[in-house]
Design a protein around this ligand. Structure first.
Ligand SMILES: Cc1cc2nc3c(=O)[nH]c(=O)nc-3n(C[C@H](O)[C@H](O)[C@H](O)COP(=O)(O)OP(=O)(O)OC[C@H]3O[C@@H](n4cnc5c(N)ncnc54)[C@H](O)[C@@H]3O)c2cc1C
Length: 266
């Protein structure tokens, strides 16, 4: 849709030109920004001319630029034997939207929007992703993505901050993962998205998203017995109720999906 309050679109080519003030918003894929009126905004700051490499394999893992599109992420071919890589396209497919939206949406836009259904949030949390933030005042700040999204449409970004990238450690990419998702209709938005991970040293983690207001990651020294997993899930406090399902149903199906994952990774 047209955004009638926007009077300027800036295209910074370097960090020094990025400065964001009140009424400015970062424009990434624009799939959410252009989907509803933005009466509080007058300027869009388009990140594309910063030309960040979308995906970089580093000595410590994989760095995903905030501007990496879901299309680019889904097409990633790893130069290493990283068993967790198939999780990347699977999470991209969890975005329940049109072909155009799925191709334009960015990893950073999905995470910064902070919706419970954000599949890039699920992916990044499940793989111990760390958000590299460019604070408005300069420098850099790193926050685990599990702590970056703090609630529905709430993140650890302060006004003027920009998410630069998500760093995924090689240890998580070398892990074995299991993925389960449920929605009320075959192409509907996720009601629960649950990802398990078993590391090379046997450690186990379970990431719960979409059913909860913020991502939860439950960690264990080894794959737990069913009862221990249930006890840990019972500690989750912020289950969602919205058009995608009632909180008690989502809590129940999350338990079933979690047990499937536990059994698969045992
Ligand atoms: C029909 C439809 C269906 C959708 N289905 C889903 C779905 O199933 N799951 C889901 O999660 N979302 C869904 N969305 C919402 C949205 O399209 C996605 O979340 C998408 O990934 C947002 O990414 P984007 O790059 O388009 O972000 P944009 O729309 O460009 O930006 C989103 C927000 O994040 C901010 N932002 C973007 N990048 C940065 C950055 N690097 N640093 C700081 N702030 C930043 C923007 O200022 C804005 O506030 C849907 C939207 C539509 C219209």
């Amino acid at each position: 849709m047209d955004l009638h309050t926007i009077t300027e679109v800036r295209r910074p080519a370097s960090r020094s030109e990025l400065a964001l003030g009140p009424g400015d918003a970062v424009l990434a894929g624009g799939t959410w920004l252009f989907s509803e009126p933005q009466p509080d905004l007058h300027t869009l700051v388009d990140l594309r001319d910063l030309a960040w490499p979308p995906l970089e394999v580093t000595g410590s893992g994989l760095t995903i630029a905030a501007t990496c599109t879901l299309r680019q992420l889904a097409a990633f071919r790893s130069p290493h034997r990283w068993p967790a890589v198939p999780l990347l396209p699977r999470c991209c497919q969890a975005l329940a939207a049109s072909f155009t939206i799925c191709h334009q949406a960015t990893v950073g836009g999905n995470i910064c929007l902070g919706l419970p259904v954000g599949p890039m949030i699920a992916l990044a949390v499940a793989l111990d992703g760390v958000a590299l933030v460019w604070p408005a005042g300069g420098g850099e700040r790193r926050v685990p993505v599990a702590e970056f999204v703090t609630g529905v449409r709430r993140t650890a970004l302060d006004p003027g901050d920009v998410l630069r990238a998500v760093e995924i450690p090689g240890r998580a990419l070398r892990a074995t993962t299991a993925y389960r998702r449920i929605a009320l209709s075959p192409v509907g938005r996720s009601a629960a998205l649950v990802i398990g991970r078993r590391d090379g040293d046997g450690r186990f983690s379970l990431t719960v998203t979409a059913a909860t207001e913020r991502p939860y990651q439950l960690r264990f020294p080894a794959v737990p017995p069913p009862q221990d997993l249930l006890v840990a899930l019972a500690g989750i406090e912020r289950w969602c109720t919205d058009l995608r399902g009632a909180s008690d149903w989502r809590e129940h199906v999350t338990g079933l999906l979690a047990e499937e994952i536990r059994a698969e990774l045992s």
